[in-house]
Design a protein around this ligand. Sequence first.
Ligand SMILES: C[S@@+](CC[C@H](N)C(=O)[O-])C[C@H]1O[C@@H](n2cnc3c(N)ncnc32)[C@H](O)[C@@H]1O
Length: 302
Amino acid sequence: MYHISVLLNESVEWLQVNTGGIFADATFGGGGHSALILEYLKGSGHLYAFDQDADALNNTGPFSSAPNFTIIHANFREIRRMLRAEGVRPGTVSGILADLGVSSHQLDSAERGFSYRFDAALDMRMDVREGETAADILNSRSVQKLQRIFSELGEVRNSKTLAEAVVRHREAQPFKTTGELTALCDKHFMGDRMRYLSQVFQALRMEVNDELGALKSMLEGAYDMLAPGGRLAVITFHSLEDRMVKNFLKSGNVSGEPVKDFYGNIERPWEVLTKKPVEPGGEELKRNARARSSRLRVAVKR
Ligand SMILES: C[S@@+](CC[C@H](N)C(=O)[O-])C[C@H]1O[C@@H](n2cnc3c(N)ncnc32)[C@H](O)[C@@H]1O
């Protein structure tokens, strides 16, 4: 199984897929959300799906030949440019869905280096065509920068201790493998070991893939591409991502600063449909532990 989709029915129902509409799935992954959107489209309209991981593109399966489906190998931070390149005009898209983070397939592919469960090259790039690996980052950043990565992205309690230990380790021997990082964490972890390792690996993964930067660009691009009345649905797995989405839907920017128009009225570019984020129910949590921290927010472009 490539990936078990999280909040599948909830998110696609909130999108209100209308036949004939143009839709985008910013995070194709195992294609679960895309498949349901295509089902609702009943052969009409068009679905553009994005993934920056080549593995996802090799997994388009049964609907790869559907005439109303296009898969795009790109970072969703480019959503505006890539959709325009496909001939989609800004202001014409009916709905955009993003289901952030990594897929189970990525976590379970030992050689990708996303998981502390396997000893492999310390890579963690979702797009292996470019960019720095997790090892590059551990081997080059200052103590302060590493500390910030561990504390802000991973909420690691002893982030300074760990950052200093990383620098001491690499002075003796540069990092190459997940096993080396895990062994270092084993010397310094606080609290639950698995939780600590998850936090450290998550922080590095988010830094390697500039996940917060990509999210910001995607949200801005999505706003431009949606038609008035079009819907944006975003599933997050991290409190910083959720805050960015919440702010963006409230005020049109990820910092949440109110923006006033010429007359001094606060601008509200979105009508937020989910006053509180939608979270998975007990049934879903029983079936899929990975759904645990997921939160869905949906809004309509005014
Ligand atoms: C949680 S999975 C999506 C699962 C999918 N919704 C499903 O039902 O199978 C996230 C996917 O998004 C991709 N991804 C994450 N960040 C991305 C980005 N910035 N640009 C493009 N794809 C991205 C990952 O490679 C991964 O395949």
